[in-house]
Design a protein. Structure first.
Length: 186
């Protein structure tokens, strides 16, 4: 790890200043009244992520009807230019894996299925979704930073922690990269 403002940990350059400027706490109850990350954010998925997700379709279909048709399951992934896939959206531009609880909260079917299976949501959801509002570039030397549109969502606010990282951001980093990665970053 380097000691500059953008340390490199396990080959990932981290925009530490950016990570320290944001506070994140998911509020599904707020998403019913405004855009959610699941309605304006198009995640890319790798082949292995796609395979993992498709393997859970029978359970996912319990939460959302967006993946079924008269003959079984829809192909809800589109091939992208960068050898990855994008997840389709519903007519209202929400991700096909979103669903609303009767109380109106917008939730992720993949997240709910992971909890049903007693596995970490990070092990089922696409990395792009698990990282949000953080991003990891697809470059040879990837950079961990924050999504350029993070301010558009009520679950994100400016941090007043100075140079300390917000607990919500630390939780995302630890979940996606491991506690050892987070300790080196701190």
């Amino acid at each position: 790890m380097t000691n500059d403002l953008n340390p490199t940990i396990h080959g990932i350059r981290v925009d530490l200043a950016a990570l320290q400027t944001i506070r994140h706490k998911c509020h599904p109850e707020v998403c019913r009244d405004c855009p959610s990350c699941c309605s304006r954010y198009v995640p890319h998925v790798s082949q292995s992520e796609l395979d993992r997700i498709v393997g859970c379709f029978p359970i996912v279909a319990r939460y959302t009807t967006g993946i079924k048709n008269d003959h079984g399951f829809k192909n809800v992934f589109e091939e992208c230019d960068d050898a990855s896939y994008c997840i389709d959206a519903n007519e209202d531009e929400s991700c096909v894996f979103t669903y609303a609880k009767p109380s109106g909260e917008t939730l992720c079917a993949l997240h709910s299925v992971a909890l049903d299976l007693r596995i970490s949501p990070v092990d089922l959801k696409p990395t792009a979704c698990s990282l949000w509002p953080l991003t990891l570039s697809n470059e040879a030397a990837p950079e961990l930073s924050i999504d350029k549109n993070w301010r558009e969502f009520p679950c994100n606010t400016l941090s007043d922690n100075g140079s300390r990282m917000d607990a919500g951001i630390m939780n995302i980093v630890a979940s996606c990269f491991g506690v050892s990665f987070l300790k080196q970053l701190l």
